[in-house]
Write a protein that binds this ligand. Structure first.
Ligand SMILES: [Zn+2]
Length: 494
């Protein structure tokens, strides 16, 4: 929640032509930074993407995991449409991923290829299983003839003669048990030197007539995904192949594409994130939730810090503008002790200190004794030309991302747009929406796109609908709120 202040708008100190000049300068600096990252090798983004994509797609409830039973993967395997994920940010990348059937084939290939093809040493009594047993009990095994299993001359359905001093390969299936001393009948096989065993291996057919020594088809992979246990058999190789991918090219080869292109180096940006309020003194702490007693100053700082961490991973810089301790004054309009205009100006000054930030976004949670109002609300100052137009664009993007959380929108006032409100005296006759100092200063003096984001109503406790205090109390929701703001900022930039 924010308090309005009466200020006299200053002169617009920078002419309109300053803005493109500034943007050109920023672009040059950003391009230089991008080049630095390229010559130093792979970007942090590319290095981290595969593991994060695997975590995201395969997490409990994730796009491929479904309800923990692989429903997403099975849908793909059954010919369902490609799966497009929710918008997300991870490892320095933001956007959506689209997953196709190809990833299932990659996982099945991996599953087959990781079965070891090993020849035991002469005298080694351990049989080596090159394939299976699969769901239908097919397997292919290789062992050193002389010692298997104990020198008996009546083993393996009478097909072998111990002591031949060569390898033996068996094709077996537990699905076709008739008689055999081990309860398994051999369907075929033969003995010989290694080359002969390799030849037998190339002829082996397992479940569904699959020849595991040649690359499987997509249909075979789909069958495998549908037939096998998700958690124990299908998910681990899926995780392995996605996790191993480093570049977008590698992810795309798996059938996972991103929008925007996954490892396109982000243009380095510098954004000011203003965590509203301050922990000290107590007058600066803002609103408090009535049930959990979460403080606005604490919650918004956490969101600001999450944005800083995520953006740093993308090569951006977040200027955090909250002062260590806020200066106070007695607001002559309300008689209350609040954060002073000088303290509020110091936040914008931090954003404008060279090299200046490109946007200013202040995070708050709302409060009202009227429990009939709720939802997300973003304010901007409409009076300062191009910077105000960009502010409105950022306000709309921020609102849209937060509506998708989902949150309702609160009000519209003079803008006529749900969830978008003005930050000057034009707003409403009851004083709601009076001048918001940080927006006036950032938009006018700094010519920055600037918005003040009231994410949700912290004062709306249990017993009201919706329980926005409950939402804000939830760590996952706060992370998603940070994500929503990140997405809005990302969408603002070309
Ligand atoms: Zn506030």
């Amino acid at each position: 929640m924010t308090a309005p202040y009466s200020i006299t708008p200053g002169r617009n100190k920078r002419p309109a032509r300053f803005w493109p000049v500034l943007m050109s300068l920023v672009a040059v600096v950003a391009l230089a930074g991008m080049w630095d990252r390229r010559v130093s090798g792979q970007t942090a983004t590319a290095q981290a993407l595969g593991p994060y994509a695997a975590d995201f797609l395969l997490r409990a409830g994730g796009e491929l995991d479904g309800a923990g039973d692989g429903a997403g993967a099975r849908s793909l395997a059954s010919g369902g449409p490609p799966i497009t994920t929710a918008s997300t940010c991870f490892a320095g990348w933001c956007g959506t991923l689209t997953v196709t059937q190809s990833v299932l084939l990659a996982a099945y290939n991996y599953q087959l290829s990781t079965h070891p093809k090993v020849f035991g040493q002469p005298g080694d009594s351990t049989p080596y299983y090159w394939y299976g047993p699969d769901a239908e009990g097919y397997y292919f095994y290789v062992f050193w003839w002389m010692t298997y299993p104990d020198g008996s001359n009546s083993w393996d359905c009478g097909m072998g003669v111990p002591g031949a001093g060569r390898y033996w390969a068996g094709f077996s299936s537990t699905a076709f048990i008739t008689t055999c001393q081990n309860g398994v009948i051999s369907l075929g096989g033969g003995g010989g030197p290694m080359a002969e065993i390799q030849n037998l291996w190339s002829q082996f057919r397992g479940m569904g007539d699959v020849n595991p020594s040649v690359p499987p088809t997509q249909d075979q992979a789909n069958y495998w995904v549908r037939a096998e246990n998700w958690a124990n058999t299908v998910k681990p190789p899926l995780d392995a192949v996605i996790r191993a991918a480093v570049t977008s090219t590698e992810l795309q080869a798996l059938g996972i594409a991103g929008n925007p292109p996954i490892d396109q180096p982000p243009q380095a940006r510098r954004v000011a994130i203003d965590a509203g309020h301050a922990s000290d003194p107590v007058e600066c702490r803002g609103t408090e939730g009535p049930t959990y007693h979460d403080r606005e100053d604490v919650l918004v700082l956490e969101i600001a810090q999450q944005i800083a961490v995520d953006f740093a991973a993308r090569g951006h810089t977040v200027v955090q503008t909250r002062p260590a301790s806020c200066g106070t004054w007695t607001n002559p309009d309300t008689g209350k002790v609040e954060e002073s205009p000088a303290s509020l100006r110091s936040r914008v000054n931090a954003a404008l200190a060279p090299p200046a930030a490109e946007i200013f976004l202040s995070i708050h949670h709302n409060g009202d004794s009227d429990r009939s109002v709720h939802g997300t609300e973003v304010r901007y100052d409409p009076r300062w030309g191009v910077a105000s137009m960009e502010s409105l664009r950022l306000a709309r993007l921020t609102r849209d991302e937060q509506v998708a959380l989902p949150l309702a929108t609160h009000g519209s006032g003079a803008t006529g747009e749900p969830g978008i409100k003005l930050a000057n005296g034009l707003q409403q006759p009851n004083g709601d929406g009076g001048p918001f100092l940080v927006l006036s200063v950032a938009t006018n003096d700094g010519q920055l796109p600037a918005v003040l984001d009231e994410v949700a109503y912290l004062t709306h406790s249990l017993g009201t609908t919706p329980f926005e205090e409950d939402l804000l109390h939830n760590l996952t929701f706060r992370r998603r709120a940070a994500n929503a703001i990140e997405n809005a900022i990302r969408r603002l930039f070309p």
